[in-house]
Design a protein around this ligand. Structure first.
Ligand code: BT5
Length: 329
């Protein structure tokens, strides 16, 4: 696996052909090992070409494990499945096996979940992925990783030409266009916009340190919103054309890796989140599971709590389902 990743990086770094002996030399492995890695990549759908001068990466690396890992500037290996029950579940299995720094990516999920065990609809054509890491941080900071994933997803959507925003705590959405009268019919669901992506974070903590952390991101990429639950949208529907999922997934993973690279990087997540938030400044109603808090969302505070000004004073909410209300409500 490591030889393959090194081979992909070497091919990505070089425009022209790279010879087998040169690869063996630079990777510090035998020529037979290079050949085996090339064969393995081809079996996974990454069509490495052989020319008299050496190996060349395919023009279209494709949406596959090696395709996503090709030129990826993030410290994850990529495990790709055409079809899987749930990428989060698979990442948890890998965690139980002691693995780390893996991105599990699937084209289709047959048993994926949202928060509180809700169903997540994930047909072929989406970007469904889960990143397993073992960050050396206190358990209390874990919510920052969810916010980081929301920022990363928003940035990848914007790079793809879709003006996405974040709804606290874990939704990425596209706000309805205001009509001249300021009415927004499409917002009758109270979601504050059409849902483009959702995030599910799962973790295991040891004492006050995170043991493993799985951040699962589901993005409706090339999907017809008609096939999704009411109130959903997709990148392709918003853009009017399909998105390059390989590039989108790579951008998302690279941004997430950058935002979570160190404690100092994590310190920047809240401000990045604020800049992309749709929730702040709005009237909201949050069902915390332990009561409803209603008021104006004024800020997000470490490590991801929403601050709400209510009639009875300022409240700090750590988790829950958030509804954006119209000003009149
Ligand atoms: C979420 O939950 O938004 C988190 C979704 C996380 C999914 C990813 S995909 C990769 C990884 N593997 C998994 O098994 N899960 C993660 P929540 O906030 O609870 O929202 C769930 C609600 O969103 C559902 O009850 C539906 O109303 C709605 N929903 C379901 N599928 C949707 C979709 N594809 N697009 C938009 N909304 C959807």
């Amino acid at each position: 696996m490591d030889t393959r990743r090194a081979l992909l990086d070497a091919l990505a770094a070089d425009d022209g052909p790279v010879s087998g002996p040169a690869l063996a030399d630079s990777l510090g492995v035998s020529r037979a090992a290079v050949w085996k890695a090339v064969e393995g990549l081809r079996e996974e759908g990454f069509a490495v070409e052989s020319t008299p001068e050496g190996y060349v990466a395919p023009d279209d690396p494709g949406y596959s494990g090696p395709g996503i890992a090709f030129g990826l500037d993030a410290p994850y290996s990529v495990e790709y499945r055409d079809r899987i029950a749930s990428t989060n579940e698979r990442a948890r299995e890998l965690a139980a096996d002691g693995k780390t720094d893996v991105a599990v990516v699937a084209d289709e999920q047959t048993g994926s979940r949202g928060r509180l065990d809700r169903e997540w609809v994930a047909p072929s054509g989406g970007v469904w992925l889960s990143v397993l890491t073992r960050p050396d941080v206190p358990t209390a900071r874990a919510p920052l990783y969810t916010l980081a994933a929301a920022v990363a997803t928003t940035d990848a959507a914007r790079e793809a030409g879709v003006d996405a925003k974040i709804k606290w705590p874990n939704d990425v959405l596209v706000e309805p266009e205001e009509s001249a009268a300021g009415a927004d019919d499409s917002d009758s669901t109270g979601r504050g916009g059409r849902k483009l992506a959702g995030i599910l974070t799962e973790m295991e903590g040891e004492a006050d340190r995170v043991g493993w952390l799985v951040v699962g991101v589901g993005v409706n990429a090339n999907l017809d919103p008609e096939t999704l639950p009411a109130g959903a949208t997709s990148l392709s529907a918003e853009r009017g054309s399909p998105v390059d999922r390989r590039r989108f997934a790579a951008t998302l993973l690279e941004r997430y890796a950058e935002l979570t690279a160190s404690p100092a990087a994590l310190d920047e997540v809240l401000s990045a989140w604020r800049e992309r938030a749709s929730t702040l400044g709005r009237r909201v109603r949050v069902d915390t599971g332990d009561g409803v808090v209603e008021g104006t969302a004024v800020d997000v505070a470490d490590p991801g709590a929403l601050l709400i000004d209510t009639d009875g004073g300022r409240r700090r909410v750590h988790a829950g389902d958030c509804e954006h209300l119209r000003d009149a409500e």
